[in-house]
Design a protein around this ligand. Structure first.
Ligand code: GLA
Length: 386
């Protein structure tokens, strides 16, 4: 009797310890969060400051019914411009475009999805709305009450050196932990001060590595190919974020959007669609949801890809996969179609391997020593080799 009582007590002490231990952890928000790069949608790239509650509901409706949810798109994220004013108690109220955040969150959750929101460690957001400076705990508590699952925390008007930034991001991380709710923490400070080296330590599940993307091939390519060298900082629970997708926003052609999606998947980048999901073409939806391509991004090994060969505008990038296969992107940044070759010795594959074209959804058979494809201008051929 005495023995069993004391073992029960020991177990109870362990439970309290584990619970308390997890709340005071200095790591990311809960061990299970963002084990693969977050997928979903964000309002900014298409709607910018015009976003309304109706737009967010339509995005959720679309994801739940058009195959995106099944493909893994989960987070419906409201970016800047939802905020109104703080009242006498410091409580921040949404503006008239978002009459009831709790109701909106319930709606998004009712679709089997999760909802994200946006703020800044500074006094003002990038669009000049109220930031969380001096109100971190109060804001985090409110997010918890609404049922928020993801916070993008954007530097904007924050002022301070790297130590001040670290303290500010950590402060919000701790406030989010206190809500007791698993909330993905997305750092947005444009890759200053080697954020990839301290992002995980302040609880970041992802951190922007660059300034803003735009719906433009040169800008997208500059950012995407510029991720070279950051692969060792990414892994399950903590990811480099080269910014949200522009696929379907209309200013790049089909090959350029294929490059955008292929590169982001090889980079194990977060996949946050940035287009108007309620008016998407079948072509855009196909790019966003190709299951074999998304599987490269979401591969459970969580390894960010890297370039293995470069020749002028031609480049070969590789992402090792958990099953021993390799995703290989043959990219052509040049102005006319050209053959690109991936040598198996460069990508760590034996003399012969089977090759599958992931966009064409076609097996190309067993190949010796190297694989060559003619790649269109600004285009890509994405294969899995094993
Ligand atoms: C910054 C961010 C963008 C977006 C806007 C909103 O520019 O980098 O992604 O969040 O602010 O104002």
């Amino acid at each position: 009797m005495r023995m069993s009582l004391s073992s029960t007590m020991i177990r109870a002490v362990w439970v309290v310890f584990l619970l308390f231990g997890s709340v005071s952890s200095g790591l990311a928000q809960g061990e299970g969060l963002a084990r693969t790069p977050p997928m979903g949608w964000n309002s900014w790239n298409h709607f910018e400051c015009k976003v309304t509650e109706a737009d967010v509901r339509s995005a959720a409706d679309a994801i739940a019914t058009n195959g995106m949810r099944a493909a893994g798109y989960l987070y419906v994220n409201i970016d800047d411009c939802w905020q109104g004013k703080r009242d006498d108690q410091g409580v921040l109220h949404p503006n008239e475009k978002f009459p009831d955040m709790k109701k909106l969150a319930d709606y998004v959750h009712s679709k089997g999805l999760k909802i994200g929101i946006y703020s800044s460690p500074g006094p003002k957001t990038c669009a000049g709305f109220e930031g969380s400076f001096g109100h971190e705990e109060q804001d985090a508590r409110m997010y918890g009450e609404w049922g928020i699952d993801y916070l993008k925390y954007d530097y904007c008007s924050f002022q301070g050196d790297v130590d001040a930034q670290i303290a500010a991001y950590r402060k919000m991380h701790e406030a989010l932990l206190k809500t007791g709710r698993p909330i993905v923490f997305s750092l947005c400070q444009y890759g200053m001060d080697r954020v990839w080296s301290w992002g995980p330590g302040v609880g970041g599940n992802l951190w922007r590595t660059t300034d803003d993307i735009s719906d433009d091939y040169d800008r997208m390519a500059y950012i995407g190919f510029g991720q070279e060298g950051l692969d060792r900082f990414a892994g399950p629970g903590h990811w480099n974020d080269p910014d949200m997708l522009e696929i379907g926003n209309g200013k790049m052609n089909h090959d350029e959007y294929l490059t955008h999606m292929s590169l982001w998947c090889i980079l194990a980048a977060p996949l946050l669609a940035g287009n108007d999901l309620s008016k998407m073409t079948a072509e855009t939806l196909e790019i966003l949801t190709n299951p074999e391509v998304v599987a490269i991004d979401q591969d459970q090994a969580g390894i960010q890809g890297y370039p293995v060969a470069q020749e002028g505008p031609l480049a070969v990038w590789v992402k090792p996969l958990w099953d021993g296969g390799k995703a290989v992107g043959l990219f052509n940044r040049g102005e006319s179609a050209m053959p690109v070759t991936a040598h198996f010795r460069d990508i760590g594959i034996g003399d012969q391997a089977s090759v599958r074209d992931l966009w064409a959804k076609r097996d190309l058979g067993v190949v010796q020593n190297r694989f060559t494809a003619v790649v269109p201008k600004h285009g890509v051929v994405l294969v899995k080799v094993r």
